[in-house]
Design a protein around this ligand. Structure first.
Ligand SMILES: C[S@@+](CC[C@H](N)C(=O)[O-])C[C@H]1O[C@@H](n2cnc3c(N)ncnc32)[C@H](O)[C@@H]1O
Length: 190
């Protein structure tokens, strides 16, 4: 008889990176990195995120001081971080999370509009605020994604309704333990 507590194993578990180095960062950045580590781990283990997308070109919209960019870099992604707030981008470059040329001071949707189609493997936007234009982000990201590319959007409970709008286009996780409350990942682009 099958043990009722046995669970199937995921082929992607061995790829998961936890306890990513953060020693030199401030406590806020460290906490955000930890949270995003769990998000990526959850998406990988549940086979919702194609691991190949972590190895290519990524754009982290609303990057802030760059916690998402830092996690994606540890997986091997070539990440550009975009934010409308110059101060948080300066933090990202100060800590070496992003190189200056990879820290873009611009509206995220406008940045995506300026990219060529089929050029990006992964677009992320971690902890967006409740008024973030999520549907526009989805539309512009879909245009720039390569085939099999994906989009990840996360937020706190305040942004849940906003992120739920994306559910028809992929998968919605209501709570990642020790991490974000609302997580969306798109299906792979056809
Ligand atoms: C709560 S912070 C999240 C920062 C980081 N992604 C994280 O997970 O901790 C939200 C960030 O979104 C940025 N932001 C808001 N609207 C934006 C937009 N349209 N384009 C780019 N950045 C935006 C803000 O400046 C802020 O840095």
């Amino acid at each position: 008889m099958q043990n009722r507590y046995s669970i199937s194993t995921s082929p992607h578990t061995s790829m998961v990176k936890l306890n990513i180095p953060t020693e030199s960062f401030d406590s806020y950045l460290q906490a955000r990195i930890k949270s995003i580590e769990y998000v990526i781990a959850t998406l990988l283990i549940n086979e919702l995120l194609n691991p190949g997308n972590l190895k290519g070109k990524a754009v982290d919209i609303a990057t802030g001081s760059g916690p998402g960019a830092w996690v994606l870099k540890q997986y091997g992604a070539d990440v550009t971080g975009v934010d409308t707030d110059r101060k948080v981008l300066d933090e990202a470059t100060k800590y070496g999370v992003l190189k200056k040329e990879k820290a873009v001071h611009q509206d995220g949707i406008e940045y995506l509009k300026g990219l060529e189609k089929n050029t990006i493997n992964l677009v992320t936007a971690f902890r967006v605020m409740h008024d973030f234009p999520a549907l526009e982000l989805y539309e512009e990201s879909t245009r720039v994604l390569k085939p099999k590319g994906q989009i990840i959007v996360t937020g706190t409970f305040d942004a849940r309704d906003l992120i739920l709008q994306l559910k028809p286009y992929g998968f919605f996780v209501d709570y990642v333990p020790n991490a974000e409350t609302s997580v969306f990942i798109s299906k792979e682009k056809k």
